[in-house]
Structure formats: structure tokens, C-alpha cells
Design a binder for this molecule. Structure first.
Ligand code: UD1
Ligand code: CA
Length: 446
């Protein structure tokens, strides 16, 4: 951490017209979360005092998504996209009274590393620009350096041949003291080839004031920005490759790494085993030593040590599996807590339920949690035995050590230690089966 307080500004107003999409660019998903979520997540490493996201195109949708990603982030509106300096200026009113470092990130640049950002934030120059040596400098802003650090940034459109030959380019990430930004931003004009207010004018302005301006460099891969669907798909592939490598480094067994899909915040503990074709949506934590068998889809859930899940299981948000829980094939669990040692082997839906320790849920059990209007809870005690094909019509409670007969429709609470039978009594008609078959065959023969 730097000793200086940090505020984060994430620029996310652009339309991203090259995405060919009605969705604002920064809301396209990468690693299971909107692009802007990546900038917000890495920015959190700086423990910022304040976070401001500058939204423009699709501002309402961006605001909603940002609210879910980071409830403390503020939204600044940039109605017209007049340039990156103009964008930052829209954020400044939210930082009134803030003294310290402001870090500007782009919402469409998801791979900036935590270490890079920390290096930038803790640098002592008045302005620090994150640059990189580009394999192909293309249309990036060129960093013109001299003996005293960074002299100025020249945008591609405004650069002469000699300047275009520079390969050290601007990533767009910048750190500057809040007071300096407040003083310099209003002075930036738009008399340039693009007719935009360039944030990249800050270094030259700061130098003219006798301030220290420096470049911190990073790997080009960190600065990858998303502009097209093709770039998004390539970024997803790069993200997954890294996530898989990280999981392996952390001591996770991936039976076939290329078929496992991670989300930005997936946490898997050491010695967990992840089978083939497992997909992690956001918000999943898997404790050390748990096993996920092939073909599972997990989202917003927690799996404790010793638990086994799948194959072919779906855990939805709010599923919490205690230690040694067993969830088998074709089981769906949503917003339900399964205490230690619960077994749900086959073909079951558990929603809005709590299942006590060591209870067994028979094949085909369904918590009927939704009546078309509201959702209702099912409470099952410890050491209970739910017979196969039980319909538990919520709200309903099944006591400790209680049992339900197979095929029961349980509409009333079941006391501790009781057996509940909610099905019609069986009737046997001697000889009727063969008589019926004979009659049917005869009819067909006629
Ligand atoms: C910018 C930099 C360039 C750098 C490049 C790196 C400037 C003037 N140029 O150029 O030096 O090499 O990024 O990718 O800063 N945005 C807003 N509001 C605006 C304008 C932009 O929110 O009014 C956002 C965009 O949504 C985008 C980011 O700022 O996420 C960068 O804007 P963009 O227009 O793509 O800048 P570049 O021309 O790529
Ligand atoms: Ca860009």
C-alpha cells in the first residue's frame, strides 16, 4: 500500500460502437463479470477511499451493474464524450475535499495487474503514467521522455513521423495528485486533431509547472483494451488461460484444465479436485479438499472441505454445502444451506431450504418453494430421511430424525421422530393384470 490516500476514477462512458451491440461496452462479460468489474476489482487492491465510475452511453445500466459490483462506488455522468480529460473532470465533484492520489483506469481494460497498480500508486512523482513498449505501437499515444522523466504524451493523430517511431506508449492509466488535477484539467483545451479534451495533456502541463512526471512500465498484455467481439473472445481465452495456470500453481487439481471455466472471483482451495467441463460463475468458493466431478455449473455458492459435487450438478446462488456433503447427479440447489454430512444423491431440486446434519434426501425430491407469487422455505432437521420422490410443499418443516414415505406430498409439518405418509394406500387386484392383457390382445386381433 502507498502511504497516500487513493481515489479511483474508472472511465466507462464510451459507446464501444465496434462491439455491434446494444449493451454498453463495459457491461460485456469477461470471466463471468462485466468488464468494468475487472477494473473495479484490481482498483480495490489500492484500498481507495473513493471510487467514481464515469458513465455515459447506457448510463442507467452501467449504474445498476456497478451498484452490484461495488455498492460504495459513485457514478458520474458524462453526457457527451468530449474526451478523456473531460471525462475525468466529470468525476472530480465526487472527490471534493479529497487530498491524495487519483488513479485513472479505463473500464474496458481488464488486465492491469495489482502489482503494477501498487507500483503506480506508491510512486512519488507528481504525475505518473503507465506505459509499455508496444510490439506494434499502432494508434497509441506516444510517450516522449527526456533526462527528467516524461516530457509529454503525443496522441497518434497529432504526432509527426519521428514521434510515431517511438515505441514507448501510453496505456491510459495515470496517477496524479488530486490538487494538481483540479488545477490543470480546466486548462486543457481541445485544439487537436481529434477535437477532444485529452487527459494526456496533463504531463506536459505539469512539467510546465515544474512538477515531476514519470513513467512506470508494465507488460503489454496488461494493457489490452477491448473494442470488438473478437478482442473480447481473445481476452476471455487469455483470462481463462491465466486463471487455470493460477489454480494449478495454487495446488488445485484440474483433470483437464482447458475445459474448466473460471470467474474473476473464483476461489478454490489447495488439493481440491475439479473434474472436466466444470463452469464457475461469479461468487464461488471451494474449500480445500472438496471435489467437483465433471459437468457441473456453480454460481454464488460455497462448498466446504470434504464435499463432493456432481457429475452434472447445478449449484445456484446461496447454495452452501457443509463439510462432507454429497451432492450427486442432476441435482439443483438454490439458496439452501446443507449442514455437514447431508446426502442428496440424485435428481433433486432444493430451493430456499435448510437441511440439518446427516440428513438423507432421496432421489427425485423436490422442494415446491414457489406458489406462483411468493417463495417459501423448507426446514428439514438433522438425521432425517426424505423418501424418494417426496414433494415438500413449502412452507413446511420436517423434524429431526423424521422420515417421509416415498412418493409423499408433504403439505403439513412433520414432528421430530415421526414418519409421514402423504400418498394413497396401495390396492392389489389379484389376477387383474393378466386378464387385462388378454382382453387388450383380443381387441387388437379383431
Ligand atoms: C487513449 C489515450 C492514448 C492511449 C490509449 C490507450 C487519450 C487522449 N488518449 O486513447 O494516449 O494510448 O487510450 O488505450 O486519453 N472515455 C470516456 N469519455 C470520453 C472519452 C473516452 O469515458 O469522453 C473512455 C472510453 O470509454 C475508453 C477510455 O476512456 O474506455 C479511452 O478512450 P478512447 O477514446 O478509447 O481513447 P484512445 O483514443 O484509445
Ligand atoms: Ca481506446
Amino acid at each position: 500500500m502507498s502511504d497516500n490516500p487513493v481515489a479511483l476514477i474508472v472511465l466507462a462512458a464510451g459507446q464501444g460502437s465496434r462491439m455491434q451491440s446494444d449493451l454498453p461496452k463495459v457491461l460485456h462479460r469477461l470471466g463471468g463479470v462485466p468488464l468494468v468489474g475487472h477494473a473495479l476489482a484490481v482498483g480495490r487492491a489500492l484500498e481507495p477511499e473513493q471510487v467514481v465510475v464515469v458513465a455515459g452511453h447506457g448510463a442507467e445500466a452501467v449504474k445498476k451493474a456497478v451498484g452490484k459490483l461495488d455498492s460504495e462506488a459513485a457514478i458520474a455522468l458524462q453526457e457527451e464524450q468530449l474526451g478523456t480529460a473531460h471525462a475525468v473532470q466529470q468525476a472530480l465533484p465526487h472527490l471534493e475535499g479529497f487530498e491524495g492520489r487519483v488513479i485513472v483506469l479505463y473500464g474496458d481494460t481488464p488486465f492491469i495487474g495489482e502489482d503494477t497498480l501498487l507500483a503506480l500508486a506508491s510512486h512519488h512523482a507528481d504525475v505518473v503514467v503507465l506505459g509499455f513498449e508496444a510490439a506494434d505501437p499502432g494508434r497509441y499515444g506516444r510517450l516522449v521522455t527526456g533526462p527528467e522523466g516524461l516530457e509529454r504524451i503525443v496522441e497518434y493523430k497529432d504526432a509527426d513521423e519521428a514521434t510515431r517511431a517511438i515505441r514507448l506508449v501510453n496505456s491510459g492509466v495515470l496517477a496524479a495528485d488530486a490538487d494538481l488535477l483540479r488545477a490543470l484539467l480546466p486548462r486543457i483545451g481541445n485544439a487537436n486533431a481529434a477535437g477532444e479534451y485529452y487527459l494526456t495533456d496533463i504531463p506536459a502541463f505539469a512539467r510546465a509547472e515544474g512538477r515531476r512526471v514519470e513513467v512506470v512500465t508494465c507488460d503489454e498484455a496488461e494493457t489490452l483494451g477491448i473494442n470488438t467481439r473478437e478482442e473480447l473472445a481473445a481476452a476471455e481465452a487469455a483470462f481463462q488461460t491465466r486463471a487455470r495456470a493460477r489454480a494449478l500453481e495454487d495446488g488445485v487439481t484440474l483433470t483437464d484444465p482447458a475445459t474448466v471455466w473460471f470467474a474473476l472471483d473464483t476461489y478454490v482451495g489447495r488439493d481440491a479436485i475439479i473434474g472436466q467441463n466444470v463452469v464457475f460463475g461469479p461468487g464461488v468458493t471451494v474449500e480445500s479438499g472438496a471435489e467437483i466431478l465433471p459437468f457441473c455449473h456453480l454460481e454464488g455458492c460455497h462448498i466446504s472441505s470434504g464435499a463432493t459435487v456432481g457429475p452434472f450438478a447445478r449449484l445456484r446462488p446461496g447454495a452452501e454445502l457443509g463439510g462432507d456433503v454429497h451432492v450427486g447427479n442432476f441435482v439443483e440447489i438454490k439458496n439452501s444451506v446443507l449442514d455437514e454430512g447431508v446426502k442428496v444423491g440424485h435428481l433433486t431440486y432444493l430451493g430456499d431450504a435448510h437441511i440439518g446434519e446427516a440428513t438423507n434426501i432421496g432421489a427425485g425430491t423436490v422442494t415446491c418453494n414457489y406458489d406462483g407469487v411468493g417463495k417459501h422455505r423448507t426446514e428439514i432437521g438433522a438425521n432425517a430421511f426424505i423418501g424418494s420422490d417426496t414433494m415438500l410443499v413449502a412452507p413446511v418443516r420436517v423434524g429431526n430424525r423424521a422420515m417421509t414415505g416415498s412418493g409423499s406430498v408433504i403439505t403439513e409439518d412433520v414432528p421430530d421422530d415421526a414418519m409421514a405418509l402423504g400418498r394413497s394406500r396401495q390396492v392389489n387386484k389379484p389376477g387383474l393384470a393378466t386378464r387385462l392383457m388378454q382382453a387388450l390382445r383380443q381387441k387388437k386381433g379383431q
